[in-house]
Design a protein. Structure first.
Length: 202
């Protein structure tokens, strides 16, 4: 007897990452807490790219990898807020007296740059570089799994074997790059754009 096909929603996976999109597709920003996902996502959207996800996205690997927007919110540390003063007037109130991160909606700052989903063209594993410039170089599936899997499993403890399989399929389906983030935030967007300017070789 043929096995019944799983409902579509059971083929989706909430994933801890950031995602931005261009007309040519999107990239996943991967890394543990503090790696720079929020800062890099905001920098890219501020630089003209579309927002898909920050903190969590919904991964679909039933066909070619695709990420769907779950929230249009962002959470920012005091350091990130110091980089982007325009955030301050859009910070939302919370029940915490001294929240570790400020909360805001991307729709308030970038109402025309919200995108519901994007085809994933690459995974960028984030690293903090002790340099002014930001650089991009090819990396490995292992590094991508280390960047995506532990934080997703830790923050979403109900993730099961099927969830791990979906994240693994994403990593196997996309090229992996290491994005070494320099201290000059204005250099990040041109480097991310440079990936889409390359002739695809996958």
């Amino acid at each position: 007897m043929a096995r019944a096909k799983k409902p579509y929603w059971q083929q989706l996976q909430i994933t801890h990452c950031g995602v931005v999109a261009t007309p040519k597709g999107g990239v996943v920003f991967a890394g543990p807490g503090g790696a720079g996902k929020s800062t890099t996502t905001f920098t890219c959207v501020r630089g003209g790219m579309n927002f898909v996800a920050e903190d969590y996205g919904i991964l679909d690997v039933s066909t070619a990898p695709r990420m769907y927007s779950l929230y249009n919110s962002g959470k920012f540390t005091p350091q990130t807020r110091s980089f982007f003063p325009e955030i301050e007037t859009h910070v939302q109130p919370t029940r915490e007296s001294k929240p570790a991160k400020a909360f805001m909606y991307y729709k308030d700052l970038f109402p025309n740059q919200l995108q519901s989903s994007t085809a994933i063209k690459a995974i960028f594993v984030l690293h903090q570089a002790a340099a002014l410039e930001t650089s991009l170089e090819r990396s490995t599936e292992k590094e991508a799994l280390i960047a995506l899997m532990p934080s997703t499993l830790y923050q979403l403890p109900y993730v099961c074997h099927e969830g791990m399989r979906r994240i693994s399929k994403l990593v196997e389906s996309c090229p992996v790059y290491r994005l070494s983030l320099g201290t000059d935030l204005t250099k990040i967007v041109p480097v991310v754009h440079s990936f889409f300017d390359l002739e695809p070789a996958w």
